[in-house]
Design a protein around this ligand. Structure first.
Ligand SMILES: [Fe+2]
Length: 124
């Protein structure tokens, strides 16, 4: 059963999709089942991937990594999301940007995740 917000990747062409309404159907791309990207939560090596949430005067700032994640052409954070109840806010990033996103969101319970194009999906 697919669930809302799950991320699937095609290991052939690199397509990435997010589930908005889940069902039992298979997600297929390039003739193969797409791979579920598991949300990793602990980066035992350098702590460059776990998103860190900081409350600000008008919302939240999410920074990727206690040590800032690289933002190079071949290795960078592609997006940062802030989840607040049934709402999700997403900032897409490009190489050369800071691995940081600001969200003007009034909510008490939030969590964040990010996607590294090399190391996958991370939740914090
Ligand atoms: Fe990475």
């Amino acid at each position: 059963m697919r669930k809302r917000y799950q991320i699937y990747k095609c290991n052939v062409c690199g397509n990435i999709v997010e589930v908005e309404v889940g069902s039992d159907g298979d997600l297929v791309c390039c003739g193969e089942d797409m791979q579920l990207m598991e949300e990793k939560t602990a980066d035992k090596t350098t702590e460059k991937h776990v998103p860190m949430i900081e409350k600000t005067a008008d919302g939240y700032t999410v920074t990727v990594g206690s040590t800032l994640h690289p933002m190079e052409e071949k290795h960078y954070i592609q997006w940062i999301e802030l989840h607040a109840g049934d709402a999700v806010y997403r900032q897409f990033l490009n190489p050369g940007d800071q691995p940081v996103a600001h969200f003007c969101v009034k909510a008490d319970n939030v969590w964040a995740r990010e996607y590294c194009n090399v190391h996958g999906l991370w939740k914090g």
